[in-house]
Ligand binder design. Structure first.
Ligand SMILES: *[C@@H]1O[C@H](CO)[C@@H](O)[C@H](O)[C@H]1NC(C)=O
Length: 368
């Protein structure tokens, strides 16, 4: 049933309302009359197809821009006045105590219950939080290359970047390495992104725009991820241009000493890698998902004990993860439907990523 609703919902924003009703209807009708229901669905499908054909052939883009009258942006704002602070400047987070009470944004539940969609034509922005060695590079490429969009991202062979613009104007809807680049720092974490993304968009689009941010990420089984990072560092990777921005400044050399003397840690042995107390690989996923302002950023003496610091970080990471519009587990992408991203997988696979709503449904499939 969930799968079916994915199929149906991605057809088109306007028709999806109608069709989603039909799915709800199905639950009620099934016991009474399957045939009558089938006819009803066929009728809906027919209506939808006719509509799509009408829109695509007889209607210019401008005359028929599908700006929904659905409860979208303005109504959303009225309902959730406090939830806009995700992606806002750090001033909102700089006081750890304020930060503790700040609302991390839209959760799965909000998104499902409020029945809203990612609105390409409005001011919705998808932000990909890319943690090292979680398979984010290929996922990020899928995001710019393989989504079935009204206006696909335009990518150039030579450059690594793509333009992922909204259908009706040249504004980015995707914040990621292959669209906007590392505008908030190399592999920016939750703390960096939420204090920077909105300001970056303000630079290009003006600060009068209120945007909704949909954060997405991938997580990986931590030991595999750790070993993968170890091998990557052994081969010479450093990510030394990461900013580790928090509380309005970058972490200092004292707060975050390097584990190696030379330019890189090439050839490091596993034991040595594990023994370095400043090695960010140790709790990378937790640290990158958490609101570091809560623990005094990279100042490790801010919290009474390391145990306390770790507990707060983990709790914050869990809360932020729950507040994301979508996350996937690297190991389960193949068996859970994220393969619908790949063109190579064939057209019979549901084109399921035209809106974040379907992202969420895949997320749910993932959980079972
Ligand atoms: C780190 O935190 C401690 C405890 O709050 C504080 O005394 C110290 O000044 C902080 N260090 C820096 C560099 O801010």
């Amino acid at each position: 049933m969930a799968k079916r609703s994915v199929e149906v919902q991605v057809l088109d924003s306007d028709f999806s309302v109608l069709l989603r009703e039909s799915v709800t209807y199905e639950f009620k009708m099934e016991s009474r009359s399957k045939n009558r229901f089938r006819n009803f669905v066929m009728f809906c499908m027919f209506l939808a197809l006719t509509g799509i054909i009408y829109f695509s052939y007889f209607c210019s883009d401008e005359a028929c821009a599908l700006t929904p009258q659905k409860p979208s942006w303005s109504e959303f704002n009225g309902k959730f006045p406090v939830q806009d602070n995700l992606g806002k400047p750090l001033s909102l987070h700089s006081n750890p105590y304020n930060s503790r009470s700040s609302n991390p944004g839209l959760s799965y539940d909000d998104v499902l219950n409020e029945n809203f969609q990612f609105d390409m034509n409005a001011h919705d922005v998808m932000v990909f939080l890319h943690i090292q060695k979680t398979g984010g590079t290929s996922f990020g490429k899928h995001l710019v290359q393989d989504l079935d969009l009204q206006r696909p991202c335009s990518c150039q062979r030579k450059r690594k970047r793509c333009y992922c613009f909204r259908p009706n104007r040249n504004e980015n809807w995707l914040f990621s390495r292959y669209s906007t680049g590392w505008k908030c720092g190399l592999h920016a974490d939750w703390t960096e992104l939420t204090s920077c993304v909105d300001a970056e968009f303000d630079k290009n689009e003006g600060d009068s725009v209120k945007r909704r941010y949909f954060y997405i990420t991938l997580l990986r089984e931590p030991i595999s991820r750790y070993l993968s990072e170890f091998r990557h560092v052994q081969r010479g990777a450093t990510w030394k241009h990461s900013r580790h921005w928090c509380g309005g400044r970058e972490a200092t050399k004292v707060e975050l000493p390097l584990c190696y003397d030379q330019d890189s840690w090439t050839g490091v042995k596993l034991q040595e890698f594990m023994d370095c107390p400043y090695n960010l690989a140790h709790n990378r996923q937790t640290r990158m998902m958490s609101d570091l302002a809560l623990v005094g950023c990279y100042n490790t003496t801010y919290m009474a004990t390391p145990g306390e610091r770790n507990r707060v970080m983990l709790a914050s990471a869990k809360r932020n993860l729950a507040a994301m519009a979508f996350f996937s587990l690297t190991e389960f992408q193949k068996s859970s439907g994220v393969q619908c991203l790949g063109k190579s997988e064939g057209q019979e696979i549901v084109k399921c990523l035209t809106n974040v709503k379907s992202f969420i449904l895949i997320g749910i499939v993932l959980q079972y």
